[in-house]
Design a protein around this ligand. Structure first.
Ligand code: FAD
Length: 283
């Protein structure tokens, strides 16, 4: 299908993009276009105007800023997967990005687009949650910083303020010697996560788990932190038995999603098995 006709504005700066959004209530931001344009072609989304932010250079790139790593919203999935700083310090983010679609999608799609879009089965939100990221948003009223936890509210529903533009995602440096992993069961047709698990663990000198962040995507109405699993791991030594016990708590206070491919009970089982396997991979 062909999308409904729309106007097009190319923004040269964040201020210009915000002004264009304010002037036209029917306008939407366009980044890599790899979620928005397919939806518009299917007529599942419409926009009277697309405000293209793709050439705002300030929104692109990865840099270290003191004890944080800052990733511009326009940074592509391919860069996330390959950037040496990210691969060294935040390998779970690189691994999740590498799982997205194919090379063409990874070369066009952006971290900001993926997070703002809020697909319940997207890969990056799990990594962003497991890394305790902060989302930096510009609005016409000023700048806001939102914690990743609490941002993903439901299928394609986020806490992004109306008319807001996500400018960057920043990450605290994880504790020394963290072990990180991302594991995905991909839907055979779409490639999106039926269940995706991001894990970040750090052990103390005595070998016990002192820091645990486990986040899932695809499993529920929105990506979420598995607090029950995290609590079960803390102050204990990771072993096959502990991995199984902790994974058993993946369903604590979670309603699993169901669709034609996977029922809620199947997804719950998949989540438990893949949380366990992810933890085993960090032994
Ligand atoms: C064939 C195919 C396979 C895919 N497979 C996967 C997969 O396996 N896993 C996965 O996670 N994703 C997958 N995707 C989606 C892909 O990751 C998209 O790139 C991503 O979801 C959206 O990023 P984008 O830059 O293309 O955003 P766009 O499509 O340009 O925008 C998406 C939405 O976010 C808004 N937006 C964009 N940037 C900003 C910003 N900076 N601030 C505020 N709002 C903004 C737009 O207005 C729009 O509503 C796939 C896409 C395709 C086409």
């Amino acid at each position: 299908m062909i999308a409904r006709a729309f106007e097009y504005t190319q923004a040269a700066s964040v201020a210009e993009a915000l002004a264009a959004l304010q002037q036209d209530r029917d306008a939407k931001l366009l980044a890599g276009g790899h979620s928005l344009l397919p939806l518009m072609k299917l007529r599942l989304a419409t926009a009277g105007r697309l405000v293209d932010i793709g050439r705002i250079a300030d929104l692109r790139g990865v840099r270290r800023d003191g004890d944080r790593i800052v990733v511009g919203a326009l940074t592509t999935h391919a860069v996330l997967a390959q950037n040496p700083l990210l691969r060294e310090m935040l390998p779970v983010l690189s691994a999740a990005a590498q799982e997205i679609g194919d090379l063409q999608v990874r070369n066009r799609g952006t971290i900001g687009g993926s997070i703002a879009h809020g697909d319940a089965a997207a890969d990056l939100p799990a990594a962003v949650l497991a890394l305790d990221a902060t989302l930096h948003v510009a609005t016409s009223a000023g700048e806001e910083s939102l914690p990743a936890e609490g941002f993903f509210l439901g299928p394609m529903m986020t806490a992004l303020p109306e008319g807001g533009l996500l400018t960057a995602v920043s990450f605290p440096l994880p504790p020394q010697g963290t072990r990180q992993a991302y594991r995905k069961v991909a839907h055979p047709a779409s490639g999106y996560a039926v269940v995706g698990v991001a894990a970040v663990l750090a052990m103390g000198e005595d070998g016990t788990v002192q820091y645990a962040r486990i986040a899932l995507t695809g499993a529920g109405a929105a990506p979420f932190r598995a607090h029950g699993v995290e609590a079960a791991l803390l102050d204990r030594t990771l072993s096959a038995e502990l991995a199984a016990e902790a994974a058993g708590r993946v369903g604590d206070r979670v309603e699993f999603a169901g669709d034609l491919y996977a029922s809620p009970s199947y997804r719950r089982r998949l989540a438990e098995v893949h949380v366990r396997r992810t933890l085993m991979g960090l032994l």
